[in-house]
Design a protein around this ligand. Structure first.
Ligand SMILES: Cc1cc2nc3c(=O)[nH]c(=O)nc-3n(C[C@H](O)[C@H](O)[C@H](O)COP(=O)(O)OP(=O)(O)OC[C@H]3O[C@@H](n4cnc5c(N)ncnc54)[C@H](O)[C@@H]3O)c2cc1C
Length: 384
């Protein structure tokens, strides 16, 4: 790839390293995991060994201490091959890792965060509820104080990696309605071992059976009060801050998925012959490839721009929302056209483009739907 504005030579070297990992370690196991509906927990150790897990987590807590552009590159290059490992890295570095690294108590960073990134623990963030989706502030899960414990009651849906997570953050209302509200983040190590945390089901979803999306009931689940991340009542502020990098992660997934689908389409259009010539020689096909190439590159540049601004210490809510919306819409468009270019083969599971299309759809919904992200972008047009 030619050099990209916003990246330095060391970023390109890092990209090469992630590409090798994705092609040599991830690619050979995708098909088998997808067919068997198996979550790739085994890949997390490989990510740790390759120095690709706690990418943005400071070195003092066992992470790689790299910048947000490196995170962007890693998530993109993993998604180019398979979105699930990219999603595992994304949750750990963004919503969970950023909340702990920026706002957690020293002991939480030292014990929880270090263990997560050094030993390759899978993480999860349990925010969405049946009646509180886009309107996350309407959440009803409560964490009532009883002595030195919280008693958690509530119902969550779509907690990615929930039942396989070694560490989960649940978002709940605590008793005190302070200056900043009453929403708090509460860390739960080994949630499967906590009485009152019931993994009701793995929601069957479009992406397939290898991904894990849980519905969880919290019924009188007790955790120590010291497990609150940062200050009680500031949870919403922390989530909003972590969402900037979370949305850069989702955007990067979009770029990678689109690039993967485009690579497959370029190769297929060269191989497949109809009417006595490779189909790429038909303008109807080559123009699709040309549009894919332009939009993937535009999405990548927008995402790097958001990550670069975050690296420079700016608040990037609007940029991250722009990157997330644009890149994930590109992913949906490109993967749909990739299936079309493959004809009936694209519609079959013999080729990976139908998987890319299923992966793309989810990216338009999580980390704030693209409608909600458009609202964020529009609001900043007046506020800034
Ligand atoms: C694959 C996947 C993984 C996920 N992972 C997690 C996770 O790990 N943790 C977690 O807590 N949650 C997770 N979620 C949940 C996700 O964050 C929510 O699905 C999302 O916030 C939307 O909420 P909802 O599904 O209830 O849709 P709703 O909020 O009911 O929205 C329905 C439709 O209405 C639109 N809409 C809603 N409000 C507005 C508005 N104000 N203006 C315009 N349009 C609007 C939406 O854009 C959407 O098109 C995941 C979801 C998916 C699909």
């Amino acid at each position: 790839m030619t050099s990209l504005p916003g990246l330095e030579p060391h970023h390109e070297e890092f990209r090469t390293r992630v590409q090798e990992f994705a092609d040599e370690t991830v690619r050979p196991v995708v098909e088998e995991h997808e067919r068997e509906g198996r979550f790739p927990v085994d890949l997390v150790d490989d990510l740790v060994d390759a120095g690709l897990y706690g990418i943005t987590i400071p070195e003092e807590y066992g992470g790689e201490g790299l910048d947000n552009r490196s995170f962007q590159i890693a998530v993109e290059e993993l998604s180019r091959v398979w979105k699930i490992p990219a999603g595992i890295v994304s949750v750990t570095c963004s919503l969970v890792g950023t909340s702990l690294a920026k706002f957690g108590a020293d002991w939480q960073r030292e014990e929880w965060l270090r263990e997560i990134v050094e030993t390759g623990q899978v993480t999860a963030l349990s925010l969405t509820e049946p009646e509180a989706g886009s309107d996350a502030a309407a959440l009803e899960t409560s964490a009532r104080r009883d002595g030195d414990e919280y008693v958690i009651d509530g119902h969550k849906v779509w907690t990615s990696h929930g039942e396989v997570a070694d560490f989960l953050i649940v978002v709940a209302r605590t008793d005190n309605d302070g200056e900043h509200g009453d929403v708090s983040l509460i860390g739960i190590p080994n949630p499967q071992e906590v009485d009152g945390v019931e993994f009701v089901r793995d929601i069957p979803c479009m992406e397939g059976d290898a991904v894990v999306e849980n519905e969880i009931k919290y019924e009188g689940a007790r955790v120590p009060v010291e497990n609150v991340v940062g200050e009680e009542g500031r949870g919403f502020k922390y989530i909003m801050s972590a969402l900037d990098i979370g949305r850069i992660g989702a955007a990067s997934q979009g770029v990678g998925i689109a690039q993967g689908a485009m690579d497959e389409s370029i190769a297929f259009a060269d191989e497949r012959e109809q009417f006595g010539q490779p189909i790429r020689e038909f303008q109807g096909v080559s123009f699709k490839l040309a549009d894919m190439a332009s939009s993937v590159q535009a999405a990548r540049l927008l995402t790097i721009w958001a990550a670069q601004n975050l690296d420079a210490g700016h608040r990037v809510s609007q940029q991250a929302a722009m990157a997330k919306t644009f890149a994930t819409d590109v992913a949906m468009d490109v993967t749909t056209e990739a299936v079309q270019i493959h004809g009936s083969r694209g519609y079959s599971k013999d080729y990976p483009v139908e998987r890319y299309m299923r992966e793309a759809k989810g990216t338009q919904i999580y980390e704030g739907t693209n409608e909600v992200n458009r609202q964020v972008i529009a609001q900043h047009l007046y506020d800034d």
